[in-house]
Design a binder for this molecule. Structure first.
Ligand code: BGC
Length: 413
């Protein structure tokens, strides 16, 4: 009996000991270092950067990534200061990613001062504006603004002033336009990035009127744009289409990231309604459908001349314009055939919106070869256009209200 009682006590003592060991192990597992808790730690702290690799890489290369002169928290403070004018960004995926960023960042880099929920929220806002540059440094990005309205509310019919004016005077009127003729809305993120390509020669009196009309017109539409005046040097016949190809290539070189939409624009046409949005829809758009000098009537259904809009993709798919139309006429019809051949169709605003005023000028001599060239377009357009474009770039100058590209296109490609 005594032996049985002694055995029972020993068993209880053993169970107690076992429990004690288990409890200790649990404590160590959670707080200590005896057991390997790395899977748990990994789960708690490390995977977060994967979801945000494109905007923020901090977990594995912190010392290389932070700017050397600033401590991480100084950088964050910096970004907080900079983010104070910012408007919140919109999509929920970003929100999630950013909150993941901050949990990672807070643990690794942020001092005790940032421990309150309010400060954490502020830091999160700051971190949304940090981006990793190509050379691996973190810097503060521009605060993201809300998207501009698709159709700003104060658009409608406008008048045109055809009186001759001095370019110097026009330049003083639009200080908000940046050098090169660039503009992007200050209070919202533009939906469209548009290059306005204007073939040009000997039309100085038109240039000032054009810029004086177009800048306020485009600014009102809240788009990001640049105006490119592409001047043909020399005395050969004017080649509007080839100049537009040059304008397409050269304007693209001027903008990091490039333009998405191209408006090919005669300098003598001025839009009469600001609802005529200078953007690029899914189909190439003929903009100048309704011109005062043509009694506001469309001359023929397939016309694509005057002012037209094409996306980067549309323009490259049709191989740009032909380079072969020297003298007046035909090059726009040629573009129409290319568009049709690539299964696009022409879009237009209604005639009450697509209205333009035409400035006076001498009529140029029509190109007698245009019909013969047009009869070949459908068969030859892949071998005549952007793919065969050759020109000499004489100079590119960024003036206040436009980028001036002077080119010698005489090489008959
Ligand atoms: C020409 C086009 C021009 C149109 C309207 C056509 O005959 O080929 O280039 O745009 O007339 O003037």
């Amino acid at each position: 009996m005594g032996a049985a009682a002694g055995g029972g006590r020993a068993a209880r003592a053993l169970r107690l000991l076992l429990l004690l060991v288990l409890a200790l192990a649990a404590v160590e597992y959670l707080f200590g270092s005896i057991l390997d808790a790395s899977p748990l730690r990994t789960y708690l702290y490390t995977p977060l950067h994967n979801a945000t690799q494109s905007t923020l890489r901090t977990s594995d290369k912190t010392s290389q990534v932070w700017p050397k002169k600033l401590t991480p928290s100084a950088t964050i403070e910096n970004s907080l200061k900079n983010s104070s004018q910012k408007v919140a960004f919109s999509n929920s995926t970003n929100k999630n990613n950013s909150s993941r960023d901050i949990s990672n960042m807070t643990r690794q880099n942020v001092s005790e001062d940032f421990s309150t929920p309010l400060l954490i929220t502020k830091i999160m806002e700051g971190i949304k504006n940090l981006v990793t540059t190509e050379d691996g440094e973190l810097k503060v990005s521009e605060p993201s603004l809300p998207l501009c309205d698709e159709m700003p509310s104060d658009l409608g019919p406008i008048s045109v002033n055809k009186t001759e004016i001095e370019l110097d005077w026009v330049e003083k009127r639009y200080p908000e336009v940046q050098v090169g003729g660039y503009y992007s809305p200050p209070n919202c993120t533009a939906r469209h990035k548009v290059a306005i390509i204007v073939p040009y020669r000997d039309r100085q009196q038109h240039l000032a009127i054009f810029l004086n009309h177009m800048h306020p017109f485009l600014m009102k539409q809240q788009i990001e744009y640049g105006i490119f005046i592409i001047e043909q040097e020399g005395t050969s016949d004017f080649n509007r289409a080839k100049l537009m190809n040059v304008g397409f290539v050269e304007s693209q070189k001027q903008k990091p990231g490039g333009w998405q939409c191209f408006i090919f624009h005669d300098i003598d046409l001025l839009p009469l309604d600001s609802r005529n949005l200078y953007s690029c829809p899914r189909q190439p758009r003929h903009m100048s459908a309704s011109i005062d000098k043509l009694k506001f009537k469309l001359p023929y259904e397939d016309i694509f001349g005057g002012v037209s809009a094409m996306t980067l993709e549309q323009f490259t798919k049709v191989n740009g314009f032909s380079n072969k139309y020297w003298g007046w006429g035909g090059e726009d019809d040629d573009m129409f055939y290319r568009i049709k051949k690539m299964n696009y169709h022409i879009a237009r605003y209604k005639m009450s919106i697509a209205r333009y005023a035409m400035l006076d000028h001498k009529k140029s001599a029509p190109n007698p070869k245009r019909y013969q060239l047009l009869s070949q377009t459908s068969k030859t357009f892949q071998k005549d256009g952007l793919s065969t474009l050759e020109y000499e770039l004489v100079r590119v100058t960024r003036r206040h209200l436009y980028t001036h590209v002077v080119t010698n296109i005489d090489e008959r490609s």
